[in-house]
Every structure is written in C-alpha cells, then in structure tokens.
Design a protein around this ligand. Structure first.
Ligand SMILES: C[S@@+](CC[C@H](N)C(=O)[O-])C[C@H]1O[C@@H](n2cnc3c(N)ncnc32)[C@H](O)[C@@H]1O
Length: 398
C-alpha cells in the first residue's frame, strides 16, 4: 500500500486543484477496454456507466496527486478503481465490492491494464477506509446497505474525508440523502449530468460505539436468530417465497451434503441444519454481505461447525457431483432488469454439482414457469406445492 496510515495531507477544495484532469479520451480508452467477464456479457450490457464517468470527473477536483488516499466502494467491474489509477493518477487504491464476479472482473481488467499491483481488494471496514481522504461510491439499491457504508466511512475515513456517492437519477431517492445525513453534516446534491447525480458528503459525524450492522433479530415463527448486513436480501425478514419452501422441510430428503444455493442470510441452511442433525451444509452466495450474514446467522444459532459458508458465483468452485440436495430460492433480477438468466444459471450450476439421483428443491413465482427448464437442465421435475403466488418443485438429477 502507498504511504502509512498516520497523519494525512489536507484535501484541498476542488477549485484549488488544477494538476489532474480527466479527458474524455482517456476515460473512453479505459472504459472501452473493460470487460464484465466472468459476469454475463451481452451486446446491451456494459462494464461501465455514466455514473462511473461522472464520479471520476468529480473526483478529479479532490485528488491532489499520487499520494491522495482513495477508497472505492461498489465498483462494478473496475471502472472507478482503474479510472482513479490510470486517469486520475492516484498511486494506490483500496476497493470493496460486494459481488464475487465483480471482484474477479476487476482483477482481470487490472491485470490487462498492468495495474494489479496498485490496488488492494478488501471488505467494507477499517482496512479499506482507514485514513481515506476521497471515497468513491456507486450508490447501492438498498438504503440499509447505504447506511452500513455511510457509517463505515464516517467511522474510519480521515476527518476531512469527502464521500462522492453517485447513481443513476432514476434509481435515486431522497431517502438516500437522509441516510447520508445520519453520518455526515453536509450532503450536497450536484446538478445531474447524463442522467446521473452525485451527492457530496462531508463533515463526518460522531458514530455510535458499535457499528449498526450486522443486525440480529429473533424470528419467533422459525425459532432462530437471523443476522443481516445491509446488502443482504430481505434483511432479517423471512421472504414469503422462502417461507413457502420451508413448509416442505419435513418432505426434504435426508442428505449427506446439502447446499443452500444463493443463501442470503442463511435461513434455509439454518433451518435444514436444525432439522437434520447428521448433515453437513454448505451455504453459498455471490454477495460478500450475504456470506457474512449467513456466517453470523449460523454462529448465532450454534451451527457454525455444521454450516460452511462460501462466497462464489453459482458454485463455480464446487466439485461436480459433490452434493445430494440443493435448496434454492433463485433471484430473478439481474441488476435493475428482470432477467431469467440469473435463475437459469443457478439451475445449470445445480445440474453440475448434484450427483445422479440428487435433488434440487426450488421455489419461484408461478408465472415464471421454470418447470420446462428444470426438466431439461436437471431431470424429472414434480410440482410439490403451489399457492396463489409460488410454486415449489423437486427435480431429480438424471
Ligand atoms: C431470492 S434471494 C434468496 C436468499 C435466501 N436463500 C433466502 O431464501 O432468503 C437470492 C440470492 O441469490 C444470490 N445470488 C444471485 N445470483 C447468484 C449467483 N450467481 N451465485 C450465487 N448466489 C447468487 C443473491 O445474492 C441472493 O442472496
């Protein structure tokens, strides 16, 4: 890492910073070279967006030279991190990304650009933010995730730090300003450009002694404690699709190795572990926040030794034929758009990781009609239950 973690230079105001500038050509060349791989790639999906560009252009007003301590949060595929290094001239960048595929994409893009030695990939916390003077953030969708991020920046960043939080205008809400105002004395929305807006947060406030996340809550319906970081699906609440699938707990087979695929806070893994004392369970999710939440949930219920939690993209690192049961409440959103591809990718992964005769139990919105895909990709599929909204199916790996 560049520099120590001791006193840091004063960050000048944007007006006094003429040395570094972003030329569109520099950014165009960088952005043009970025790939989303191993995330889904398609002609209509890009590895950067207008918010990345706007954030970097705005950051140019705060970066004073290679020594400026820059942290990046929520970079999708590396546009912000590599832009700060290659275009703004920052010497070293610390970066936190929630998604596994985003982390791999950044590594690959950094290697291709010859910049991998100048960045550090870290979780959201002290190591990422300690002494940071400029923090670039792609605003998350969930306010709870923003609250956790804002608290961490206020808690660990340099006293004079500036948080530049950008997003697409259509995905932003006034609630975001209010959340940032809990941790910062000044939150200034900038004029929108190219349908993106930046909130400039400064004057960090005193933080509570304990970080607000993970949140823990007793679920009396399930008889377990659920723990959730801000970005975890559904927070500590029980999703209604998950509730419907849990209604079939007694009918699930007794597995040797069961997997909770796309585990979120780990409710399915925890409930299955409680009902089958002999089984080892792996809970896996692409989201770092989900994985940390599932680990905390397992520990809070005394099941840490029986539930292994792994961050991965659709079990890419799991051995073929290594499980005899997979439980799945699949996602049906890819970014902001509805995209069945995310669920199909999970079904394909389940087909690979299940042993012949192994079972995939899944719940989905009935209108999605996944059954033909399950039949094709996994094997014979029966409808085990249906209510006005959801269908639960059992697919036996052929
Ligand atoms: C509908 S949520 C279900 C969460 C949890 N199982 C529950 O029932 O509350 C779907 C989960 O799948 C995860 N996910 C989406 N795509 C994934 C992928 N390619 N690999 C692993 N996890 C993924 C999401 O992060 C999310 O936590």
């Amino acid at each position: 890492m560049v520099g120590g973690r001791g006193p840091f230079p004063h960050v000048p105001k944007s007006e006094s910073r003429p040395e570094f500038s972003v030329t569109p050509l520099d950014l165009d060349a960088l952005f043009g070279s970025l790939r989303r791989f191993p995330d889904v790639e398609a002609a209509n999906l890009q590895a950067h967006d207008a918010t990345d560009r706007f954030l970097l252009e705005t950051a140019a007003g705060y970066v004073t030279g290679p020594e400026t301590r820059v942290a990046v949060i929520g970079d999708r595929y590396g546009a912000l991190t590599l832009g700060a290094l290659a275009v703004l001239g920052v010497g070293h960048v610390r970066v936190s990304q929630d998604l596994y595929t985003g982390r791999l994409a950044l590594q690959r893009n950094a290697e291709a650009a010859g910049l991998s030695g100048r960045l550090e990939q870290l979780g959201l916390g002290a190591a990422l933010l300690d002494g940071a003077e400029v923090v670039l953030l792609q605003l998350p969708k969930a306010l709870a995730e923003l609250e956790e991020i804002a608290d961490a920046v206020a808690r660990f960043a340099a006293p004079g730090a500036v948080l530049l939080a950008g997003g697409r205008v259509k995905h932003m809400s006034l609630g975001m300003n209010a959340v940032l105002e809990q941790s910062f004395g000044s939150v200034q929305p900038q004029l929108a450009q190219r349908k993106s807006r930046i909130l400039v947060a400064t004057q960090r406030k005193a933080v509570p002694a304990e970080p607000p996340f993970p949140v823990s809550e007793e679920n009396s319906e399930l008889g377990i404690t659920v723990c959730a970081h801000g970005a975890a699906f559904s927070g500590t609440r029980l999703d209604i699709g998950t509730r419907f699938l849990l209604g079939f707990l007694d009918r699930l087979p007794d597995a040797r190795h069961a997997i909770d695929l796309g585990c979120g806070t780990g409710i399915l893994a925890t409930m299955y572990a409680k009902s089958r004392p002999g089984t080892h369970i792996t809970a896996t999710d692409q989201s770092a926040a989900a994985v940390a939440s599932a680990r905390a949930t397992a520990a809070a219920n005394g099941l840490a030794s029986r539930i292994t939690v792994v961050q991965d993209d659709a079990m890419s690192t799991f051995d073929a034929g290594s499980a005899d049961l997979i439980l799945l409440n699949p996602p049906f959103h890819l970014g902001a758009s509805v995209h069945a591809g995310a669920a199909l990718k999970m079904f394909e992964a389940a087909a690979r990781v299940l042993e012949p005769g192994g079972e995939l139990w899944t719940v989905y919105n009935s209108h999605l009609q996944y059954r033909p895909a399950l039949e094709r990709l996994i094997g014979p599929t029966t409808e085990e239950g249906r209510n006005p909204k959801f269908t639960v199916t059992r697919s036996v790996r052929r």
